[in-house]
Design a protein around this ligand. Structure first.
Ligand code: MLT
Length: 419
C-alpha cells in the first residue's frame, strides 16, 4: 500500500481491508491519495498524458479533446496524429502524415507469401499478430526504441501496413485473392476496398460506410490502461521493439473479455430474435438468472454511468442499419433492450448502461464483416493509442522494466520427500 511517499507493509494492508477495523476512508482523509495495489489486479501503474477518463461523469478525452468533438469534426488519421504526437495537426502536417502513410501500405512480397503458411480456416486475429511480429524481420533497420528516426519510420510503417495485413488476414480466412493497396485512397477507403473488393474489378466505395467505419476507428483509438494497452507498455518496458510490443497487444485483445465483447452482444441479440424477439421474457430471465442467460454489452469497468462512446455509436447504428428507412430487426431488439435498461430499477441500481460494444457488432455485421473480423477492427482502431502509449513509455526517463507485484500465497518451505 502506498500513501504518498510512505510504503506500508502487508499487515497494514490487511488492516486497511478491515481485519482489525482500520478505516481506508480515514487513511484517505489523512494522507490524500491512496493506492491499494494488491498485486493481483494491477500490472503496473503509470502516469500518462494521452487519454483522460472520468468514469463517474462518463467523460472520455484524447489529449484533452472530448471524444464527442473528435467524432464530429476529426478523421481517424487526424485523431491518430493527435494521439501519437500530442497535438492536432495543421493541414500541412496532416497532409504530410497522410502521404508518408500512403507510401508504406504495400507488404513485402515475401511477407505476402507468409500468409499462405497458415491453414485455410485460420482465424484472422492470430494471423494479424503473427504478421505484425514478422515486421521485425523485414525492417531490421528500424528496431531501436531509442532512435527517434527509427521509431518514427516504424510508426508510419505500422499505421500504413496494419490495414493491408488486416485485409489480407480476412482474404486468407475466406479463401479470396489479395488486392494490392491503391494509394489514391484514404486509409479507411483502402482497407474497405482491400477487404471487400476483387482484383481487376471496380469497387464502389459507399461514402456513408467509409464515414461510419472511420468514426468507429476514432472511438476505439485509445482507452488508457486496459488489458492490451498495458500489455504493449509492459512488453515495451523490456525495450522490445514497437512491432513486437504491438503484436503482444493484438494478442491481448484477442481474448473474449477484451475485444470479443461485441461478438457476445451480437450472439445475444440473435438469440433473442431466434426465440421470437420477446425482450420482456429475456429481461425476466436475466433478472431471475434463469438458464444461464447473461446480459452482454451493458456496464463497463470504468464507466459507472453511460459510456460516452455508446451515445455516438448508437447514432451511427441508426444511420447504417436503418438505411432507406427500413428498420433492422436486430437493431429494434437492441433498442427495446436499451429502453428497458434505462427504465428498470434493476438495471439503474446496478448502473448497467449500454457500452460501446452494445452497438458495434450490429454495425460491423451490416457492413459485411464476419464476427471473426470484429477484434481485427478493434486492433485497427486501437493501433494509434498503442503506439502513443509505447512512445510515451519509452520516452519517459522514469520507465523501469515492468514487474507486476506478487503476493505469494503458497507454502513457504517444504521438505523434499519422494512420493
Ligand atoms: C474499451 O475500449 O472499453 C477497453 O479497451 C476496455 C477497457 O477499457 O478496459
Amino acid at each position: 500500500l502506498k500513501t504518498g511517499d510512505k510504503e506500508l507493509s502487508l499487515p497494514v494492508v490487511q488492516a486497511a481491508e478491515g481485519n482489525d477495523g482500520y478505516d481506508v476512508s480515514k487513511l484517505l482523509k489523512e494522507t490524500g491519495n491512496v493506492t491499494l495495489d494488491i498485486g493481483f489486479v494491477n500490472t503496473a501503474s503509470c502516469t500518462s498524458a494521452i487519454t483522460y477518463i472520468d468514469g463517474d461523469a462518463g467523460i472520455l478525452r484524447y489529449r484533452g479533446y472530448p471524444i464527442e468533438q473528435l467524432a464530429e469534426k476529426s478523421s481517424f488519421l487526424e485523431t491518430s496524429y493527435l494521439l501519437i504526437y500530442g497535438e492536432l495537426p495543421t493541414p500541412e502536417q496532416l497532409a504530410d502524415f497522410d502521404q508518408r502513410i500512403r507510401r508504406h501500405t504495400l507488404l513485402h512480397e515475401d511477407l505476402k507469401a507468409f500468409f499462405t503458411g497458415f491453414p485455410r480456416d485460420a482465424h484472422p486475429m492470430p494471423v494479424l499478430s503473427s504478421a505484425v511480429s514478422a515486421l521485425s524481420t523485414f525492417y531490421q533497420d528500424s528496431l531501436d526504441p531509442f532512435d527517434e528516426e527509427q521509431v518514427e519510420i516504424s510508426t508510419v510503417r505500422l499505421m500504413a501496413k496494419l490495414p493491408t495485413i488486416a485485409a489480407y488476414a480476412y482474404k486468407k480466412s475466406v479463401g479470396q485473392p489479395f488486392l494490392y493497396p491503391d494509394n489514391s485512397l484514404s486509409l479507411t477507403e483502402n482497407f474497405l476496398r482491400m477487404t471487400f473488393g476483387f482484383p481487376a474489378e471496380p469497387y464502389d466505395l459507399d461514402p456513408e460506410l467509409v464515414k461510419a467505419l472511420d468514426l468507429l476507428l476514432i472511438l476505439h483509438a485509445d482507452h488508457e490502461q486496459n488489458c492490451s494497452t498495458s500489455t504493449v507498455r509492459l512488453v515495451g518496458s523490456s525495450q522490445a521493439n514497437l512491432f513486437a510490443s504491438i503484436s503482444a497487444g493484438i494478442n491481448a485483445l484477442f481474448g473474449p473479455l477484451h475485444g470479443g465483447a461485441n461478438q457476445s452482444v451480437l450472439e445475444m441479440l440473435e438469440g433473442i430474435q431466434k426465440d421470437g424477439g420477446d425482450v420482456d421474457a429475456f429481461v425476466r430471465k436475466v433478472k431471475n438468472k434463469e438458464d444461464g442467460v447473461k446480459l452482454m454489452g451493458f456496464g463497463h469497468r470504468v464507466y459507472k454511468n453511460y459510456d460516452p462512446r455508446a451515445a455516438i455509436v448508437k447514432e451511427t447504428a441508426h444511420t447504417v442499419l436503418n438505411k432507406g428507412g427500413v428498420s433492422d430487426p436486430l437493431l429494434d431488439i437492441a433498442m427495446k433492450l436499451e429502453q428497458h435498461a434505462l427504465e428498470d430499477d434493476y438495471f439503474v441500481e446496478r448502473k448497467l448502461y449500454p457500452n460501446v460494444d452494445f452497438y458495434t457488432g450490429l454495425i460491423y455485421k451490416s457492413m459485411g464483416f464476419p464476427t471473426r473480423m470484429f477484434t481485427v477492427l478493434f486492433a485497427l482502431g486501437r493501433l494509434p493509442g498503442w503506439i502513443a502509449q509505447w512512445r510515451e513509455m519509452i520516452q519517459d526517463p522514469q520507465t523501469k522494466i515492468g514487474r507486476p507485484r506478487q503476493i505469494y500465497v503458497g507454502a513457504t518451505e517444504r521438505d523434499y520427500v519422494s512420493l
